[in-house]
Ligand binder design. Structure first.
Ligand code: UD1
Length: 418
C-alpha cells in the first residue's frame, strides 16, 4: 500500500540517473538457474518485482545473495518451485520454466499472474517447449513439463518478449540447433542473449526476427551488467514534456528509445542525445497519433505516460493500443481529474489542452500508476494517488524521489494513507 500526494508542478529541471532495466534484470536473474556456477548481475534495482523473483529462485533451490546492488544466483540443484503464491504475483515468474526444464528435464509450475492488462496467456511458451520435445499436461492447476530437449524450428505466432526469452533459455542446453522465427527484437532480448553467450551459450541473431541457438553441454558462471531502463527513461522524459522541462536523463540509451523520441519531438519538445544521456527541453504542444507495437515500434509500456503527454498538447491525439487488450484502465482515473478522453475499442481519443484539476485517483497497474503520478504534476492543486497494490514500487526504484530531484512536488504518505 502506498499513497502519494502530488502538487501541480510547473517545471522540471536538472538531471537524474537511470536504473538498470527491470525487464532485462528479471530474465537475467532467471538465467542463473541454467548453471551450477554463480551468475552475478550488477546494479539490480531495488523493486518489488525483483524481490518476488528472488524469492521464487530461492524456492527453486538457488542460493541467492544480494551484496549491495549486485545479486548472485547459484543453482547447484535447481528444482520446480514448491509454493505457487509467488508465481501468481509476477508475470515474469514464467521465465523460470525454460531454465528448469533445460536443467532438470522436467518442471512443474503454477500459472503466472502480474499486471491485469490483458489475458496474458502462455500458449506460445508452451507450444515452443513442445516443439523442443517437451510433453505437457495439467496437474492440479499447474503445468507439468517433461522431456530431454532437442533443437527445433519454432515460429512464434506473435513476437512475444517472454516466450522468446523462455525459449532461448530452454534451447541453450538442448541437443542440436534451435531456430526461433518471428522472435521479439527488444533490447532486453539482446541483453539476455549477450549474458547467455558470456555464460558459454552459442546464440546468434538476437535483436532480429530470427534467433539461432546451438545447444551446448553446460553453461558456466558470469558477471553481467544489464542495460539501462528505457521505460524508466521514457517515463521521466514524459514527465519533463508535460511540464516546462529542462532535464538530462543520465544513462538513457537513445538507440533503445527511437520511437518515443520521434514521437516526443513531434509534440514540439527539443531532444538532444549526448554521450551521457538524453536531454529534453520545452513542453509538449502539438497533438499526435501513436500506435503501440512490438519493438522497434512504440512500446506499449509507454502508452499510459504518453496519454498524459497528449493531455498537455493543444488539440486531438489518437492513441491506438495493439499489444494488450485491457490497457486503458488509467483513462477512467484520468477522467476523474477532468481529462477529455473517449475510448473506442482499442483507440483512445484524447482532447488535450483542457485544465486538469487535482483529485483522488487509484493506480490499477504499473505503468498506469506512473502515468497518474505524471497527471498529478499536470493537474492544478493537489492530487492523491492511491496505489493499494504498490504497483509503482514493483517496477520503478524511487520514481517519486527522482521526480523530486527534478523539482516535482511529490510526497509519499505511507504512514498517513488518505
Ligand atoms: C513483456 C514486458 C512488459 C511489456 C511486454 C510487451 C517483461 C518482464 N515484461 O511482457 O513490460 O509490456 O513485454 O512489450 O519483460 N501473448 C500470447 N501468448 C503468449 C505470450 C504472449 O498471446 O504465450 C500475447 C500477450 O497476451 C500480449 C502479446 O502477446 O498481447 C505480447 O506479450 P509479451 O511480449 O509476451 O509480453 P510479456 O513478455 O508478458
Amino acid at each position: 500500500m502506498a499513497t502519494y500526494l502530488i502538487r501541480h508542478t510547473r517545471s522540471l529541471s536538472g538531471e537524474v540517473e537511470l536504473c538498470t532495466a527491470k525487464n532485462a534484470v528479471l530474465p537475467l536473474l532467471a538465467a542463473g538457474l541454467l548453471t551450477q556456477e554463480p551468475l552475478v548481475i550488477k546494479d539490480v534495482p531495488q523493486i518489488t518485482d525483483v524481490d518476488i523473483l528472488l524469492s521464487i529462485l530461492r524456492d527453486c533451490g538457488a542460493e541467492v545473495v544480494r551484496n549491495g546492488n549486485d545479486v548472485s544466483v547459484c543453482a547447484l540443484h535447481p528444482q520446480s518451485p514448491r509454493h505457487e503464491e509467488n508465481m501468481r504475483k509476477l508475470r515474469a515468474s514464467i521465465l523460470i520454466l525454460g531454465p528448469i526444464l533445460a536443467r532438470c528435464g522436467s518442471a512443474c509450475v503454477g500459472l503466472p499472474g502480474g499486471c491485469a492488462i490483458g489475458q496474458r496467456p502462455i500458449d506460445l511458451h508452451l507450444k515452443g517447449f513442445q516443439s523442443l520435445g517437451a510433453q505437457i499436461w495439467p496437474v492440479g492447476g499447474k503445468r507439468q513439463l517433461s522431456g530431454q530437449l532437442t533443437g527445433g524450428h519454432i515460429y512464434l505466432d506473435l513476437p512475444s518478449v517472454g516466450a522468446t526469452e523462455n525459449l532461448m533459455m530452454a534451447s541453450v542446453l538442448a541437443k542440436g540447433v534451435t531456430v526461433l522465427e518471428n522472435a521479439a527484437k527488444e533490447p532486453e532480448i539482446v541483453d539476455l542473449a549477450q549474458c547467455l553467450n558470456r555464460m558459454g551459450a552459442n546464440i546468434s541473431g538476437a535483436g532480429t526476427g530470427t534467433i539461432t541457438i546451438s545447444g551446448v553441454e553446460r553453461l558456466h558462471g558470469a558477471v553481467y551488467h544489464p542495460i539501462p531502463d528505457r521505460i524508466e527513461a521514457g517515463t521521466l522524459l514524459c514527465a519533463a514534456a508535460i511540464t516546462e522541462g529542462s532535464v538530462l536523463i543520465r544513462g538513457a540509451c537513445a538507440e533503445h528509445l527511437r520511437s518515443l523520441l520521434f514521437k516526443l519531438a513531434e509534440t514540439g519538445v527539443g531532444i538532444r542525445e549526448t554521450h551521457v544521456g538524453i536531454r529534453l527541453n520545452g513542453s509538449a504542444v502539438t497533438p499526435f497519433d501513436v500506435r503501440t507495437l512490438a519493438y522497434p515500434g512504440f512500446p506499449t509500456d509507454m502508452q499510459a505516460p504518453m496519454t498524459v503527454v497528449a493531455l498537455r498538447c493543444h488539440g486531438s491525439s489518437m492513441i491506438h493500443e495493439t499489444v494488450f487488450e485491457n490497457r486503458f484502465m488509467h483513462i477512467a482515473e484520468l477522467s476523474r481529474l477532468g481529462a477529455h478522453i473517449r475510448v473506442e475499442g482499442n483507440v483512445a481519443l484524447v482532447e488535450g489542452g483542457h485544465t486538469l484539476k487535482g483529485g483522488q485517483v487509484r493506480s490499477t497497474d504499473l505503468r498506469a500508476g506512473a502515468a497518474l503520478m505524471l497527471a498529478g504534476l499536470l493537474a492544478e492543486g493537489e492530487t492523491i494517488l492511491n496505489d493499494p497494490a504498490g504497483h509503482i514500487e514493483r517496477g520503478y526504484q524511487n520514481l517519486p524521489e527522482k521526480l523530486r530531484i527534478l523539482g516535482a512536488d511529490i510526497e509519499r504518505l505511507e504512514d498517513h494513507p488518505v
